[in-house]
Design a protein. Structure first.
Length: 467
């Protein structure tokens, strides 16, 4: 890693009852002429500094493009990663070869390929490394350690083959298609997500279909623990049936009860008048469905992320509709499974299918970058969080430095006293926890090189790089 950057955040030590307003700046267009039909996006540290960059894939343009974060709410288009894939429908930023740098994993629906591009740490990418060219209708991708060897594997939906398969990684970027499929019984699976739904220590799979008529969401449980080998078995009861085009579905704890719920979107193209945003809560005998009230007619992607810096994750929703209408909205999390009415972020895009949430300007709140499929645009929305002058919280300037670091992280701006610090890796696994005095250095020298998230007192969270 080549840069040392002092990271400064606006840190709000507040009770959940404290009041704050999230104000979104007007749309700033990063690129009004991306490759045709941008349809996938991700953000993270690409070039070795501590500023999250952006990468997008275009479905009809066949390009993977990355944009360097300049640190001032502007981004610079870099050399194309590739322009030879056909129908890029999914991509991920992840270290696949164990060198601590984030590589690009991409799925191309048009030519059934799954490939990856190695990053040298400065944002220079290799030519494509073909993992497979026979994933028939390669579409949804999920990352995770499926076989319990601490190395990141991935699962992928083969939409046209009616299969969900997974590839094991040997840690050096060599992949094996495993014979034990996640599923080969569902019609047109388009979504897969991995998480430990039953808290037994292995990753289970959530799979949704997109037939646009009679669509389902199913859970497949992994028998790695206690069985000893990876084997997936579908639950006897479906999460839901009879939907019209599930576009996005993920395990999330929406109500804070530590049990994983499911947040899903139904885009409903061609099969019905409107789609929906759904919350499925496990009641012990199946799932209870809650439908959110939204102005978005065809919901596409829903993410669970804290956008108002109150320590509770909110819901951000994008639109798959073309033409006029709201394109990005958010629902404030009031705690205990209660969410406020939607607040509009933007209504100027056309088919804002995908977006990424990150603190792009390192000011302590999460911003949004989104793709407008119909307009060939990459856009940026700065979060201008305004804290109201209510006396029951303290507004301090928190500094965490150095970033990147080799051994210790230091803090400035915390109130004197004990703080609870948690470190998680790129898969969300907690790798280090400690309570200590706020004025003491925090030792991370024992961590492997890579990108981590630090959380303080369960509220403040940010990324750092361990060299």
């Amino acid at each position: 890693m080549k840069k040392t950057l002092l990271t400064i955040f606006s840190f709000l030590m507040l009770a959940y009852s404290a009041n704050a307003q999230t104000v979104w700046a007007a749309k700033s267009t990063i690129n009004a002429n991306t490759g045709t039909s941008p349809y996938s996006i991700a953000s993270d540290f690409i070039d070795g500094d501590a500023l999250p960059d952006i990468i997008i894939g275009t479905y009809n343009g066949n390009t993977i493009e990355w944009y360097k974060n300049n640190g001032d709410n502007t981004f610079t288009f870099q050399t194309l990663v590739t322009n030879t894939l056909n129908g890029i429908g999914a991509l991920k930023l992840v270290d696949l070869n164990g060198d601590t740098y984030l590589d690009v994993l991409a799925a191309a629906y048009g030519n059934d390929k799954v490939v990856w591009f190695s990053n040298d740490g400065s944002g220079n990418f290799s030519s494509e490394n073909v993992i497979s060219s026979t994933v028939n209708g390669a579409s949804g991708v999920a990352l995770g350690d499926i076989n319990g060897d601490t190395i990141v594997d991935f699962a992928i939906t083969a939409y046209d083959a009616d299969e969900v398969v997974w590839f094991s990684n040997d840690g050096s970027g060599n992949f094996t298609l495993e014979l034990e499929k996640i599923d080969d019984t569902l019609n047109a699976p388009g979504v897969v997500h991995l998480s430990d739904i039953d808290s037994d220590g292995d990753l289970d799979a959530l799979v949704a279909t997109a037939v646009y008529g009679g669509d389902v969401i199913e859970i497949f449980r992994n028998d790695l623990v206690p069985g000893g080998t990876v084997a997936f078995t579908k639950d006897a009861t479906s999460v839901t049936t009879g939907k019209v085009g599930i576009f996005n579905a993920e395990f999330m704890d929406l109500d804070g009860d530590t049990n994983l719920d499911i947040l899903a979107t139904e885009v409903s193209y061609g099969g019905g008048p409107t789609g929906n945003l759904y919350w499925y809560e496990d009641n012990g005998a199946g799932y209870t469905e809650t439908i959110f009230t939204t102005s978005i007619v065809n919901p596409s992607v829903a993410q669970f992320s804290d956008v108002d810096a109150d320590g509770l994750k909110d819901i951000v929703l994008s639109s798959g509709s073309s033409g006029a209408g709201n394109d990005l909205v958010w629902f404030k999390n009031n705690g205990g499974g209660s969410f406020g009415a939607e607040t509009v972020i933007d209504n100027t895009q056309s088919q804002a299918f995908v977006y990424t949430i990150d603190d792009f300007d390192n000011d302590g709140d999460n911003d949004i970058a989104s793709c407008a499929f119909n307009q060939n645009d990459l856009n940026y929305f700065e979060n201008q969080l305004e804290s109201l002058g209510i006396p029951n919280f303290t507004n301090n300037s928190l500094k965490i430095f150095p970033n990147p670091t080799k051994d210790n992280l230091h803090f400035e701006g915390l109130e004197d006293g004990t703080v609870n610090i948690s470190i998680s890796d790129v898969l969300g696994k907690t790798v280090l926890e400690k309570s200590q005095n706020s004025n003491s250095a925090f030792d991370v020298s024992g961590l492997a090189n890579g990108i981590y998230t630090i959380t303080i007192n369960g509220k403040f969270a940010s990324k750092f790089i361990k060299e």
